[in-house]
Write a protein that binds this ligand. Structure first.
Ligand SMILES: Cc1cc2nc3c(=O)[nH]c(=O)nc-3n(C[C@H](O)[C@H](O)[C@H](O)COP(=O)(O)OP(=O)(O)OC[C@H]3O[C@@H](n4cnc5c(N)ncnc54)[C@H](O)[C@@H]3O)c2cc1C
Length: 484
């Protein structure tokens, strides 16, 4: 039986009427009852850390169906949770507690709409999987540079809504820098058509920018137009061994200058992460002589005939002389480059296999990266005996994932409770260094309290004003970003 809070003034529960109308609004494949076995896969996140409920799962097959769903939800005041590929790491599309929202999955809106080679743009439905978008760009001999571990499942609409980052931000920017157009259904069902594909367009407020990174709180993105780039014909990938994070950041500064600003990726991996990659692939071989405390995967790329190998060799010589570089290997083939990258990808999967742990997504100014890692390690070492810190990430963007594995056999509840206290300590360090607790994963529900705490009173007023201007009834993904 439903609580009285869901009953209208006449004491009638509006939910059954809303669900009946929603069932009518979509085709036969578009409505999944919440208690059917098919719904189960929508009700937990990728990590398994978050599980929730929904009144129903809706899978619209057209933009018109999305509009009708939103109109009906607005009329009946039923909250909606937009759902992309479910790879988000901050509980943005999982709502715990009594089910009171419908989940709207974009998975059936998955067409590549067009590739405009002359304009270097691609337009797709929001539910197109990132990997499919990348392949469509490649088929037209171009590059869509967004690259992240979840690219086989995350959707381009989810990437827009979280303002995704990944390994190529260094050269091409975050998703915000890659989006030229957005189509979205706003919280009253209105269609916002901003699929202009223009690089320059100063006609007043740029509404699409509000939707980027909004995590489904201001509307449902249904279409996206992105920038494409010439496909790099020339790629050099290096795997390096260094003495410390400070050396890695010194090398990064040198690499940007010496390599004609052709760096596309600069990933740093603390050596303590390597056993996690081995969990996924026991044949993993680190291409270094000796045991180095910090590893770097560095990639340069360009579309023309630049002699990048000699740039890298010059860098190696200078870095050796400066004492910043220990050992290094340059990939001699694409297969070897792929093997280097597999170490980085597998260590993320390896953490998931180890089970629940404490995750962060910190960013600081480049000059503070080494200090952030050292202070975080010292904090865990002194305050959390038996816990194992892991540091890796997109160091060229100042973004470190400083994660902490619990002592073996600790119960999930204890990990969760300790994690809350531990995160406070880690966030204090990053706050003290003038950084951010969320470099690329967003806020969702799991980082909402720290987000709200760090905002000034004036900023909170502005955030609430934006939300209520577009979503006065608060039906779009309630509980994400803003406390209810
Ligand atoms: C192995 C792994 C590696 C990862 N690596 C990175 C990385 O390097 N960089 C990075 O930035 N992230 C990374 N992530 C996080 C995640 O992949 C990104 O946040 C991704 O952009 C989420 O897209 P999604 O389609 O899976 O969205 P979902 O998880 O389904 O949703 C995320 C949020 O966006 C909202 N949303 C989704 N689709 C829409 C839509 N069409 N309209 C409105 N709102 C919508 C949801 O309500 C939710 O709040 C990683 C995740 C995993 C599992």
């Amino acid at each position: 039986m439903r609580t009285s809070s869901s009953q209208d003034k006449a004491g009638i529960d509006p939910i059954p009427a809303a669900l009946a109308a929603l069932r009518e609004a979509v085709d036969a494949l578009g409505f999944i009852d919440a208690d059917s076995p098919e719904a189960a896969r929508y009700l937990h996140d990728w990590t398994g850390d978050y599980a929730g409920g929904a009144l129903a799962v809706l899978r619209p097959s057209s933009v018109a169906e999305v509009q009708e769903i939103v109109r009906l939800c607005a009329r009946h005041r039923v909250p909606l949770i937009p759902r992309g590929g479910n790879s988000g790491l901050v509980s943005g599309s999982i709502m715990t507690g009594e089910p009171r929202a419908v989940l709207v999955s974009l998975e059936r809106l998955n067409r590549i709409r067009s590739v405009d080679a002359g304009n270097f743009t691609l337009a797709a439905d929001a539910g197109a999987v990132l990997q499919t978008v990348k392949e469509a760009a490649e088929a037209a001999d171009m590059l869509f540079p967004l690259a992240l571990g979840a690219q086989g499942s995350c959707q381009i609409g989810g990437n827009v809504s979280t303002n995704a980052g990944g390994i190529n931000v260094l050269r091409y920017g975050m998703m915000r820098d890659l989006v030229l157009g957005i189509e979205a259904v706003l919280p009253d069902g209105t269609l916002f058509d901003g699929m202009h594909g223009l690089r320059k367009d100063n006609r007043g407020y740029d509404l699409k920018q509000l939707l980027i990174g909004a995590e489904g709180t201001l509307g449902i993105v249904t279409g996206v137009e992105v920038r494409l780039f010439p496909r790099p014909a020339n790629v050099e990938t290096a795997y390096l061994g260094l003495g410390s994070f400070a050396d890695a950041m010194a090398l990064f500064g040198m690499a940007r200058r010496v390599c004609s600003d052709l760096l596309t990726a600069f990933e740093v991996i603390g050596a303590e992460c390597i056993p996690l990659a081995l969990l996924v692939d026991p044949d993993t071989r680190v291409p270094l002589d000796g045991a180095w405390p910090v590893h770097v995967i560095m990639e340069l790329s360009c579309s023309g005939a630049v002699d990048m190998r000699s740039l890298v060799e010059t860098l190696f010589a200078e870095a050796h002389e400066a004492g910043a570089l220990g050992d290094g290997a340059l990939a001699q083939s694409r297969a070897q480059a792929k093997a280097f990258w597999a170490i980085r990808e597998n260590l993320v999967e390896g953490q998931a296999r180890r089970g629940r742990h404490v995750r962060t997504d910190l960013s600081v100014r480049l000059s503070k990266v080494a200090e952030a890692v050292e202070r975080s390690r010292a904090y865990i070492g002194s305050a959390w005996p038996g816990w194992e810190p892991l540091a890796y990430g997109h160091a060229g963007d100042g973004n470190i994932h400083f994660n902490v594995m619990p002592p073996k056999n600790m119960a999930d509840d204890a990990i969760r409770q300790n994690g809350v206290v531990m995160l406070d300590g880690l966030y204090d360090i990053v706050h003290d260094l003038g950084g951010s607790f969320s470099a690329e994963h967003g806020v969702g529900r799991s980082r909402r309290s720290v987000y709200w705490e760090w905002l000034s009173a004036d900023e909170r007023v502005i955030v609430r004003a934006i939300k209520s201007a577009l979503d006065p009834n608060g039906i779009m993904n309630p509980g994400v970003l803003i406390p209810e």
